[in-house]
Design a protein around this ligand. Structure first.
Ligand SMILES: Nc1nc2c(ncn2[C@@H]2O[C@H](COP(=O)(O)OP(=O)(O)OP(=O)(O)O)[C@@H](O)[C@H]2O)c(=O)[nH]1
Ligand SMILES: [Zn+2]
Length: 195
C-alpha cells in the first residue's frame, strides 16, 4: 500500500502562490524565517491533499471471507481534514462500522482508517466526507449495512469568524440495514457515542 503522505501536487505553482499570499498580507517573503516557507507549504500540501490522487477503491481492494455477519466497528479514528471554504483544518474522530453481507466478506480493519484518510486529505465539507466513506464501503464490500459518524471541531469556527472553540459538529451517514432498522442503528450509535 502506497504511503498516504505521497500526494501529487504542482509544487512550483503552490510556491508561487504562497509567495504571493505572503506579499499580500504585508510580509516580506525574503526574510530568513519565511524564505523556505513556500517550499515547506508545497510539501505540506502534498501531504494534506494526498487524497486527491488516491483511489478509495484501491484501499478496499483486499477483502477476505471471514464468515462474520455481525457488527465490525472501528471507532475513534483520528482525522484531520481541510475545510474547503476557508482552507483551514477541521479535525476530530471518525467511527466506521459495517455488518458484512451474506457472503461474510470483510476488509482489513486498517483499511477503514485508510478510507477515512483518502477522503479527509482533500478540500472537504464534513457532510460530504462522511457520505463518501459510507458510500464507498457500501459499494465495494456489499455489506448488509454501513454506519459512519464523524465528530469534528472546525478551526474556521474556532480561530476566526464566529469564534466558538470547542463546538463539535457531528455528522452521520447510514446505509442498508442501519437505515432500515432503527434498533440496529441505535445499538451502533450507542457503541459509537457511549464513552
Ligand atoms: N455544512 C458545513 N458548513 C461548513 C463546513 N465547514 C465550514 N462550513 C461553513 O461554511 C460557511 C461558509 O459561509 P460563508 O458565509 O460563505 O463564509 P464566511 O463569511 O467566512 O462565514 P463565517 O465562517 O460565518 O464567517 C460557514 O458557515 C462555515 O461554518 C462543513 O464541513 N459543513
Ligand atoms: Zn471553514
Amino acid at each position: 500500500m502506497a504511503d498516504l503522505a505521497e500526494g501529487r501536487v504542482d509544487a512550483a505553482r503552490i510556491e508561487t502562490a504562497v509567495r504571493e499570499i505572503l506579499l499580500a498580507i504585508g510580509e516580506d517573503p525574503d526574510r530568513p524565517g519565511l524564505v523556505d516557507t513556500p517550499a515547506r507549504v508545497a510539501r505540506a500540501y502534498g501531504e494534506t491533499f494526498a487524497g486527491l490522487s488516491q483511489d478509495p477503491y484501491d484501499v478496499l481492494a483486499t477483502t477476505f471471507d471471514e464468515d462474520h455477519d455481525e457488527l465490525v466497528l472501528v471507532k475513534d479514528i483520528p482525522m484531520y481534514s481541510t475545510c474547503e471554504h476557508h482552507l483551514v483544518p477541521f479535525h476530530g474522530r471518525a467511527h466506521v462500522g459495517y455488518i458484512p453481507g451474506a457472503d461474510g466478506r470483510v476488509t482489513g480493519l486498517s483499511k477503514l482508517a485508510r478510507l477515512v484518510e483518502v477522503y479527509a486529505r482533500r478540500p472537504q465539507v464534513q457532510e460530504r466526507m462522511t457520505r463518501q466513506v459510507a458510500d464507498s464501503l457500501f459499494e465495494v464490500l456489499k455489506p448488509q449495512g454501513v454506519i459512519v459518524v464523524v465528530e469534528a471541531e472546525h478551526l474556521c469556527m474556532a480561530m476566526r469568524g464566529v469564534r466558538k472553540p470547542g463546538a463539535t459538529t457531528i455528522t452521520s451517514a447510514v446505509r442498508g440495514i442501519f437505515r432500515e432498522s432503527p434498533a440496529t442503528r441505535s445499538e451502533a450509535m450507542s457503541l459509537i457515542l457511549g464513552r
